[in-house]
Design a protein around this ligand. Sequence first.
Ligand code: ZN
Length: 91
Amino acid sequence: MLLIPCPHCGPRNDSEFTPGGEAHIARPDPQRAGDSEWGEYLYFRQNIKGAQHERWFHAQGCRRWFNVTRDSITHEITAAYRMGELPPAAR
Ligand SMILES: [Zn+2]
């Protein structure tokens, strides 16, 4: 069992959440982006071995999206922060 610390509700069982993939992906301007830039935005994600920033949805709780910094090897969560905020290390 993995406890995920929702910034709105506190720690909850991971069965209450839905993963949303990589966080902090900048959306390019669709009027200016070329096909390769737009395709990269839509389909390519990093798969970091170690600490990575992810989006999570608290589907069976507050029903809000938020970000988590999680180690992809150990599953240790070192930060949880609200949408629109930067990870604590980047502040
Ligand atoms: Zn919540």
